[in-house]
Design a protein around this ligand. Sequence first.
Ligand code: 5GP
Ligand code: MG
Length: 189
Amino acid sequence: MQDDIDHVLIDRHAISRRLDELAQAIAVDLKAETKDGPGEITLVPILTGGIIFLADLIRRLPIPMQIRVMSVTSYPGTATSSRGASIEAELTKLPDDLSNNHVVVIDDILDSGNTLRLVKEVIQKRNPISLRTCVLLRKKIPSAMEFDVDYFAFDIPDEFVVGYGLDYNDYYRNLPDIVTLKKHVYAQT
Ligand code: 5GP
Ligand code: MG
């Protein structure tokens, strides 16, 4: 696996430091939302790429919360560009009514914006009190920069990255750093 890495874009220490800041900002906002008014906090991680980010983020958020997963497919198998997003209903655990909830959607990366646009639309129909989006990475391309995301940890160049939850053909999610892969990996598949 290590032999497949071309270069490290963001290492584990930089991720950890940035997550401290990001969690602090999210905690301040959510505490303000729930201080005087009603409502519970629900985090909605997008499977599968968002799970490592979610796990590290929530342990930095000292506030009561529930987690409801959603599954969205956009890069099937060995594709390295978006094929349009669709919800996998059988894996999604979203209540029909979110009218007592402040929702924060958590995803790994913002690229075309198709995933978060679709997820926001689906959640909005369930009438949350508030709805925010949070991604680990945002690609420096117009589609991603124009999307109104509430929180992001890092801007990255327009490269295909893996690690820290992000996959290629479902592998490499367990790499602790965010990396690019050597050309030979794509040539094999
Ligand atoms: P969007 O719907 O914004 O185009 O992309 C969101 C989804 O596409 C992400 O959740 C992720 O699964 C996938 N994706 C986009 N860019 C990359 C990338 O550089 N690497 C990997 N591994 N997945 C990506
Ligand atoms: Mg994904």
